[in-house]
Design a protein around this ligand. Structure first.
Ligand SMILES: Nc1ncnc2c1ncn2[C@@H]1O[C@H](COP(=O)(O)OP(=O)(O)O)[C@@H](O)[C@H]1O
Ligand SMILES: [Mg+2]
Length: 232
């Protein structure tokens, strides 16, 4: 498995939020995590990335236990995170936003920027634009590109369609579908837009109140069933 989450418990102070969450992502596969607001999806991704420490359980990357590792060490090991809110450095240009990640990365290979821009051609005419002046959809593409210049094995995304106009969501989907063509990349996507997530993903997990309450193959989950599972 490229990612294994085993029996994860996470609390904020004394308030438990995740209860015994387990998930697996085989190499090259795409897992989507569905669930209503407040069920613990972002908390789970933060624990996977090392932003939050679990009170119990383990996170393994390609069989290596990374539970004790800081976020930067997990990024160096091949995990990349596109967090909810997607900001980057608003005062820097698009090109500078990509360069600072290359500078900070272990490989420091500037050739990676050209490779990543091939995957996000819509960013090419925007390279000299300040990131803060981009549209929501463009910012999201930049956030995904920033994650990709670290040359990850696992890309973790938190609600990339949140706050994006419906007409632009297709561009995000195209970009993710393009990334699927990159060999040896695996995905964990948190989404509330069920149809979008199920079109991209091989497998799904539904969370409710800090637990995984359903999981399986995306092809077997009808949108109707998903909507029922996500109903308040
Ligand atoms: N920093 C925090 N401190 C305390 N409680 C938090 C914090 N972040 C989130 N929570 C609570 O944890 C629960 C799960 O939140 P979150 O993981 O953001 O859910 P989701 O991403 O599914 O909307 C919610 O009840 C939320 O209020
Ligand atoms: Mg969230």
């Amino acid at each position: 498995m490229i990612l294994s989450v085993e029996g994860l418990h996470v609390a904020y102070g004394r308030a438990p939020v995740l209860h015994d969450v387990s998930l697996e992502v085989p190499p090259g596969e795409f897992l989507c995590i569905l669930g209503r607001n407040g069920v613990g999806k972002t908390t789970l991704l933060n624990a996977v990335m090392g932003v939050l420490q679990p009170s119990a359980g383990r996170v393994l990357l390609d069989g290596d236990d990374v539970t004790a590792q800081a976020p930067h060490a997990r990024v160096a090991a091949g995990m990349a995170y596109v967090p909810q809110g997607r900001d980057g450095f608003p005062q820097l240009t698009v090109a500078e936003n990509l360069d600072v990640v290359v500078e900070a990365s272990r490989h420091r290979d500037r050739g990676v920027v050209a490779e990543v821009l091939d995957l996000f051609p819509r960013l090419v005419p925007l390279l000299r634009r300040r990131a803060g002046n981009l549209s929501g959809g463009q910012k999201q593409q930049l956030a995904m590109a920033r994650a990709m210049v670290t040359r990850p094995r696992l890309l973790v995304l938190d609600e990339p369609t949140e706050g994006i106009q419906p007409s632009i969501i297709d561009e995000i989907e195209d970009a993710l579908a393009n990334l699927r063509q990159v060999g040896s990349l695996s995905f964990v996507l948190v989404e509330q837009y069920v149809e979008f997530a199920l079109r991209l993903a091989d497998t799904y997990a539904v969370m409710d109140a800090g637990r995984v309450v359903d999981a399986g193959l995306s092809s077997a989950l009808q949108t109707d069933d998903a909507s029922r599972l996500l109903a308040v």
